[in-house]
Design a protein around this ligand. Structure first.
Ligand SMILES: [Zn+2]
Length: 92
């Protein structure tokens, strides 16, 4: 008869394929690759726009922050993945 309660309640149906732990995995977030691509594309477009406007119509540079904001919106696209709380392996 063991009366010791587990430190972290086991989750029914979960089992880490790597270390076999049944402890609840924790959720981590990271910016998705699509988000990074989006930022890269908008940065390239922004620099092209900046060069063109500098040569032809520099007051249009006022529009630059709009491009940057659109680019940063891409970073809001996040990927969630579970991480084993024992061995730290990514569980997808
Ligand atoms: Zn594990």
């Amino acid at each position: 008869m063991s009366a010791n309660p587990p430190v972290c309640l086991p989750v029914r149906g979960f089992r880490c394929p790597f270390c076999g732990s049944r402890r609840r995995p924790y959720i981590q977030e990271s910016v998705s690759s699509a988000g990074w691509m989006w930022l890269l594309v908008t940065l390239i477009l922004t620099s092209l726009f900046a060069i063109l406007t500098l040569f032809f119509c520099w007051p249009l540079l006022i529009g630059l922050p709009v491009f940057l904001i659109i680019g940063l919106l891409g970073l809001r696209s996040k990927d969630e993945y579970k991480v084993c709380s024992d061995c730290g392996i990514k569980l997808g």
